[in-house]
Design a protein around this ligand. Structure first.
Ligand code: AHR
Length: 658
């Protein structure tokens, strides 16, 4: 493997000549190449993109959530996690978890608060995910399901407090009824804090059952109820992704047969959703469910690409280590497969069916009578290729193809870029003529440079490819400039091969600082801050400068220049020509660019450069803007000489002369 420099930049590197064209030599490429892959890993959903501010709102956390090991959970883990019992002003009482006559059978646990006559108040306190961030002047929507179990009298008080107990906002709920009822209140914050907490207090003697205790900021992304954290959702929207794959990843095929991701558990009123263990070792409320995913895709103009289990669990289930094919993979029993296949078909009806169809009506009831225009469906996630998998995949694939020929199924070629599962996965794809196959690879930056031509000699008669998960893993798995530049170089190769590469998405997308299962990630976040990695800017630049026709580029230099990558695409919606130049050398490279072969230009262009002298630099907590793209308007002719900085991605967007 080639050595990639980690030295600071020195003078000039090998110069090169780049020729684009000739005219009429372009080929059509996927207009949807750059998208995102969202998985609930590293608290990406609860405590992340899902805007709910309280933790364990429905008392469903369970010790078994941690079965897969969790180095980053929030302390003790059970139905009481996140909650503290408080007695104030001499108040006395009790707090326990019960399950009889719950709000919904899918949501069996709830809290029972006992208040003994004392004059003071008792209640519950929740500090969210490491403290609730509260913004002065903003409105917060509180809700709770409650019922009075004895002595039906007295209201409940909701307080938002700072960590020192000072009041940030308050609301009083009316006298409770003996049967479950949802109570709501809005609270306007009088001051800001990062360490807020919510208290629910009662002072009238009696016993009260409480469940689904919830607090949302009124300002969610697009102000949607049960919505998404605005800054994080915006960071994703700013990538202008052409598609979004969800909800996983390994989350989809799950840690054992009882942990397959069942989309039907994720729709409908949140109190009726069946929350479950997350394969990444914590709990998923599924408040962010299929409706919310589809809605988000629509809001950001991304084509939805949901992935359903291929009827098998993850090969690494129960701690079984893959090496080459873990033994944890189990299949849905054959007699249950027809029911499972029907669930998959129902998902398509949920997304696209008429508002009066069985499943389309559930989408309409959630507030979206129009279809979500689902075009793609992923079946399986990087499976171990066994007869158990193949049999089930084939059944699902053929049923979808028959019932919904308009849906393009995306299959899988296993967890790695080569090896036994990869070969067998492609054999299955060839045999069944699966339209698109999902490939995954996490490798060193060098690997990406060495594989710029991976798809050049790819057989165009075969399935199209979705590079569904990839990332350059540099030392200590940090998001270095070197990793981002390697990904940029690789993306020029994917663009060049955009006639067969339908989609590509970096992975993982989101990670909460201090609670990460996996590094590196595209966007880190904390309570109120978002930290896009340098790699994020690469994704964004490629997405914002994508095209639909690619042109041949010849790059030559006196010596071999293995750390230079170039692509040229045009965008038919604007007529602009876009040239991307990636210099992976630790020195400036003088490049003579010749584009006269592909037509006339107005002479006006935007030049955007992402570069740095230190290949190991990262945008992190202390310095989140160290490396940012710099854009400028320039005038250039159809031949020009460019000094490409060390470790750089440069994009020239040449304006259509009109
Ligand atoms: O992206 C993180 C994980 O990597 C995904 O869940 C899985 O598909 C892959 O192994």
């Amino acid at each position: 493997m080639k050595e990639i420099s980690n030295k600071p930049a020195d003078l000039y590197s090998q110069s090169a000549t780049v020729n684009v064209g000739p005219l009429g030599s372009g080929w059509k490429i996927s207009p949807d190449l750059i998208g995102v892959f969202f998985e609930d890993i590293s608290y990406a959903a609860d405590g992340g993109l899902y805007a709910e501010l309280l933790q364990n709102r429905s008392f469903e956390y369970s010790q078994s959530d941690l079965r897969n090991g969790s180095a980053m959970s929030f302390g003790e883990w059970n139905a009481l996690t996140g909650w503290e019992f408080v007695e104030r002003d001499g108040g006395k009482g009790t707090f326990l978890i019960d399950t009889g006559n719950p709000v919904h059978l899918n949501n069996p646990h709830y809290a029972v608060l006992g208040i003994t006559p004392s004059g003071g108040s008792v209640g519950l306190c929740n500090k969210g995910f490491d403290g609730i961030p509260i913004q002065s002047g903003e409105t917060y929507d509180f809700s709770v399901f409650a019922r009075q179990l004895a002595w039906p009298e007295g209201p409940l008080t909701v307080r938002l407090e700072d960590e020192d107990g000072s009041l940030l906002g308050e609301a009083v709920l009316p006298v409770l009824t003996p049967s479950w009822k949802k109570y709501t209140a809005e609270i306007k914050a009088m001051a800001s804090t990062e360490q807020g907490r919510l208290l629910l207090l009662a002072s009238h003697p009696g016993r009260i059952a409480l469940d689904m205790i919830s607090l949302f900021p009124r300002k969610t992304f697009r102000n949607r109820p049960n919505g998404l954290r605005a800054d994080l959702a915006q960071a994703i929207a700013d990538l202008k992704p052409k598609f979004m794959r969800f909800p996983g990843g390994c989350l989809v095929h799950g840690d054992g047969m009882d942990n397959l991701y069942d989309w039907k558990n994720t729709i409908g009123p949140v109190e009726s959703r069946k929350s479950q263990r997350n394969i990444w070792g914590y709990h998923q409320t599924l408040g962010l469910g299929y409706f919310e995913y589809f809605q988000f895709c629509e809001d950001i103009g991304a084509k939805p690409l949901p992935v359903v289990p291929a009827g098998v669990s993850c090969q690494n289930s129960g701690g079984s280590v893959t090496g080459m094919g873990g033994k944890g993979q189990l299949g849905i029993p054959m007699e249950e497969m027809p029911g499972y296949i029907q669930d998959v078909l129902d998902l398509i009806e949920y997304a696209n069916g008429p508002a009066d169809s069985e499943w389309g009506s559930k989408r309409a009831a959630a507030g979206h009578p129009a279809p979500f225009n689902l075009e793609y469906l992923g079946v399986g996630n990087e499976e171990h290729m066994t007869p158990v998998f193949k049999e089930r995949f084939k059944m699902i694939y053929e049923a979808v193809k028959k019932a919904h020929p308009e849906i393009t199924v995306v299959g899988t070629a296993g967890p790695f870029h080569s090896g036994e599962d990869y070969v067998k996965g492609w054999d299955i794809a060839d045999e069944l003529k699966v339209p698109v196959i999902d490939e995954h690879y996490y490798e060193k930056p060098e690997w990406f440079w060495d594989n710029l031509n991976r798809y050049d000699s790819y057989d165009r008669r075969k399935s199209k490819v979705y590079v569904g998960e990839y990332a350059a893993h540099d030392i200590e798995r940090r998001n270095t400039l070197r990793s981002a530049i390697a990904e940029a170089a690789y993306l020029t190769g994917l663009e060049r091969n955009g006639d067969v590469i339908q989609f590509a998405s970096y992975a993982p997308l989101l990670a909460r600082k201090g609670h990460t299962n996996w590094n590196p990630n595209l966007i880190y976040f904390a309570k109120t801050e978002v930290f896009p990695a340098i790699n994020y800017h690469v994704q964004k630049l490629f997405s914002m400068n994508s095209g639909d026709t690619c042109f041949p580029v010849s790059a030559s230099s006196a010596e071999d220049a293995p750390d230079l990558a170039v692509s040229a695409v045009s965008d038919s919606s604007t007529g602009d020509m876009i040239i991307k130049i990636v210099n992976g050398a630790g020195a400036v490279r003088k490049i003579s660019v010749e584009i006269s072969g592909i037509g006339k230009f107005s002479g006006k262009a935007m030049k955007t450069v992402l570069a740095g002298d230190d290949p190991l630099v990262v945008n992190d907590h202390e310095s989140k803007t160290k490396i940012l793209p710099q854009a400028s308007s320039i005038s250039i002719g159809s031949s020009f000489v460019y000094d490409a900085p060390a470790y750089s991605l440069t994009i020239f967007r040449m304006e259509n002369p009109g």
